[in-house]
Every structure is written in structure tokens, then in C-alpha cells.
Design a protein around this ligand. Structure first.
Ligand SMILES: *Cc1c(COP(=O)(O)O)cnc(C)c1O
Length: 399
């Protein structure tokens, strides 16, 4: 079998064997409904209670502040929609950033169509939101500020302490999408001044289809799903028991080895970044050089299409991601890459590589050699590159 090097850990991760083992009994012997009074029901209920306490402790929250959801996207939807509605007496203005995940951006657009106003903060060339821009954007009727803790495409980590403090100075609440951060960098919601936080299990070796929203005690929110009394009557539906158990198990494991894993990821990432920039002509790094997720590298390569690059690498067994999504046949460059100021043609030639626990230095060597080989081939077929070599077209000065 051809070797496979998975460098798309920001998209999703494999469930760890220990996590699967923790989950399995809740599909079979312990299948009871946590709302039932008989013993297999209460076993499931106790397991959920225990999972909620452990998850809460890992972010320095209280168990009563953790609300399980069906995904990170659901947590984002809930945080924005229900909070904006619950505080609509105070105002109807939301502040967010231009580089949020679509779970935030498309929810914000929905809010705009439903009588709310949204300000999208720009970012600088490294993908950072400026605290001064937030200060200038907040108004007396701003009820919520939502800025992601770290970006899923370019890895840039935002100045969350400062942004949360500014929101609070002006009487607004602060939500953060921490889906890329949980289990990778330590989070302390109390210390950081976070009122609401979204998380998902599948980005940290937990199962897909489960996440949570942290809602600080005292914050008004509305039920997101109406029905039974689950999640303190705010999110009805029989709990995803095995998923919740798996999420807690995954976070326990991630937190037990946090520093060692982050250091290992960071060493691989830095090696990758240094060598690509040194060895691949007309390449650039997207995102902040140091304020970035330990596992994230994102490059743009001139004179190539991200899709062609991705497919060629796939043939060599390397699984990565590109900044442009081929939606219904038309290529849309990533909103994140456009927001950091990349011209369309450069945004199109981008590649995200996210390392994981199983990535080795040999994988990195092989990946760099493959990128060089593929780029050479693709560029040799590019009329733009041909023109450039003949001096007919100037380089877009990406560096
Ligand atoms: C993956 C991701 C989400 C969505 O989480 P799902 O559980 O896949 O819905 C939201 N925000 C960020 C930053 C993500 O990386």
C-alpha cells in the first residue's frame, strides 16, 4: 500500500483507541436513556455528569456552565443567535471578525437579515484583530463581541485577554470560537474573561458530531432546541452519551500531554516552515510567524492552483488542504486569505498543512521533497510562470 501522510489535522482527527474504548460500552450494555430512572439510565446519567465535570475543569469552568451540542457549528450558532435575542432590549449590534469560521460568519449574515446589525473587524497582514479597531467599533447598543481564539486556516492566535477586556469595559459580552484551540493550548475561561466558548471533540481526537458551548453563570440565553429538559432545559434532545464520554476522554488525554504534544508539533511545524520558505521559490507563509497554532503551517505558492497542488500531493500520499474551496464548479478563494490582503491569484495557490501526534520528521522530509517536485512540474505547465520567466510579467511581490 502506498504510504499515507495525514497533514489535515485542522479538518478533523482520528478517534484515539483509548477514546473509542471509553465510548463503546455506551452503545451496548450501557445504552440506557440518561433521563430514565432505572439503573442503566442512571449509569448513563452519572457518566455524563462526570464527563461534564471533567470537561469544565479543563477550562476552569463550572460543570453547570457546560452545555453539550451536536457540533462546534451548533455551539457557534447558539452563542450568537440566542445571546443576540436574549439581550435585544439592550441593543442589536454584534461585532465579529472578517476571518471567522463560516459557522460564525453565516450566522452573522442570518442575523443581519433578521434585524440585527453586524460589524466585521478587519485583520492585519498576519491575521490579527486590532484591539483599537474593536474599541472603535463597539457602540452602546453592542451586546456581543465574538472573535475566534485561533484561526482554522492560517493558525493566527488572537489577543483574547485584551479583546474580552475591551468588550467588558463597554458592557458587551465576549464569545470565542475555540474549536481549533481546545486540547492544543491551555484555556482558562475565568482568567481570559470569556463569557461563552465553542468547542468540538473531533479536532482533538474525539468523535465527530459532538461539542459544547460554555456559557458563564449569570448570562441570559434562550433555549436553542425546544423539547425535553436536557441541558438545563436549554438544549433538548436525548444526549449523545457515547459522544460526550468520548469528548471528555479525548480532552483528558490531550490535557495530560499538552505541553509535550505542543512542543513536538511546534518543532515539526517550524522545520516545515523554515524549509519550505528556504527551498521553494516564490512561496510565502500565511498567518503570524509566532502567534500561531503549534500544528499549523499555511503557504501560498505563486503560479499554481491550490486544487492542482492538492490533487498532485494526494497522488503521492500526502493529505492536505487548500484555501480555495471548489464550490459548484467555481473557485472561491478563502475569505481568510483575502482578508489578510492576498490578491486572488496568490490566495488560490495556497496550501494548509496541519501536523498531528503521528507525524514524523521523515513525513516532513517526504512532504517537502514532494512539494518541490510537484511545484516544479505544475509551474512548468503554467503559462503565467513562462511569462514570468521571460520577464513579461512581474512577480506579485508576495513577500
Ligand atoms: C471545525 C471548526 C468549526 C466547526 O466545528 P464542527 O464540529 O465541525 O461543526 C467551527 N469553528 C472552527 C474554528 C473550526 O475549526
Amino acid at each position: 500500500m502506498q504510504k499515507q501522510i495525514y497533514l489535515d489535522n485542522a479538518a478533523t482527527t482520528a478517534v484515539l483507541p483509548e477514546v473509542l474504548d471509553a465510548m463503546l460500552p455506551y452503545f451496548t450494555e450501557q445504552f440506557g436513556n440518561p433521563s430514565s430512572l432505572y439503573s442503566i439510565g442512571s449509569t448513563a446519567k452519572d457518566a455524563i455528569t462526570d464527563a461534564r465535570e471533567r470537561l469544565a475543569a479543563h477550562i476552569n469552568a463550572n460543570a453547570t456552565e457546560i452545555y453539550f451540542t451536536g457540533s462546534g457549528s451548533e455551539a457557534d450558532n447558539w452563542a450568537l443567535k440566542a445571546t443576540m435575542e436574549a439581550y435585544s432590549d439592550k441593543g442589536r449590534h454584534l461585532v465579529t471578525s472578517a476571518i471567522e469560521h463560516h459557522a460564525i460568519l453565516h450566522t452573522a449574515e442570518w442575523l443581519e437579515k433578521n434585524g440585527y446589525e453586524v460589524t466585521y473587524l478587519p485583520v492585519d497582514a498576519d491575521g490579527l484583530v486590532s484591539p483599537d479597531d474593536l474599541r472603535a467599533a463597539i457602540r452602546p447598543d453592542t451586546t456581543l463581541v465574538s472573535v475566534m481564539m485561533a484561526n482554522n486556516e492560517i493558525g493566527t492566535i488572537q489577543p483574547i485577554f485584551e479583546l474580552a477586556a475591551i468588550a467588558h469595559e463597554h458592557g458587551a459580552l465576549f464569545h470565542t470560537d475555540a474549536v481549533q484551540v481546545l486540547g492544543h493550548i491551555a484555556i482558562d475561561v475565568a482568567l481570559m474573561g470569556i463569557d461563552m466558548l465553542s468547542a468540538a471533540a473531533h479536532k482533538l481526537h474525539g468523535p465527530k458530531g459532538v461539542g459544547f458551548l460554555y456559557i458563564r453563570k449569570g448570562i441570559k440565553t434562550r433555549s436553542f432546541i425546544h423539547g425535553g429538559g436536557q441541558e438545563n432545559k436549554r438544549r433538548a434532545g436525548t444526549e449523545n452519551v457515547a459522544g460526550i464520554i468520548g469528548m471528555a476522554a479525548a480532552l483528558d488525554i490531550a490535557m495530560a500531554n499538552l505541553d509535550a504534544r505542543a512542543a513536538a508539533d511546534l518543532a515539526l511545524r517550524d522545520d516545515l516552515i523554515a524549509r519550505v520558505l528556504a527551498e521553494v521559490p516564490y512561496s510565502r507563509l500565511n498567518g503570524h510567524r509566532s502567534l500561531r497554532l503549534p500544528n499549523n503551517a499555511n503557504f501560498s505558492f505563486e503560479f499554481v492552483e491550490g486544487e492542482s497542488l492538492l490533487l498532485a500531493l494526494d497522488q503521492l500520499g500526502i493529505i492536505a488542504s487548500t484555501g480555495s474551496a471548489c464550490a459548484s464548479g467555481s473557485l472561491d478563494p478563502s475569505h481568510v486569505l483575502l482578508a489578510i490582503g492576498l490578491p486572488h491569484e496568490i490566495a488560490h495557490g495556497s496550501l494548509r498543512l496541519t501536523v498531528g501526534d503521528e507525524t514524523t520528521t521523515d513525513d516532513i522530509d517526504y512532504t517537502i521533497e514532494s512539494i518541490k517536485q510537484v511545484l516544479e512540474r505544475l509551474r512548468s505547465m503554467s503559462p503565467l510562470y513562462e511569462d514570468f520567466l521571460q520577464g513579461k510579467k512581474p512577480i506579485s511581490a508576495v513577500k
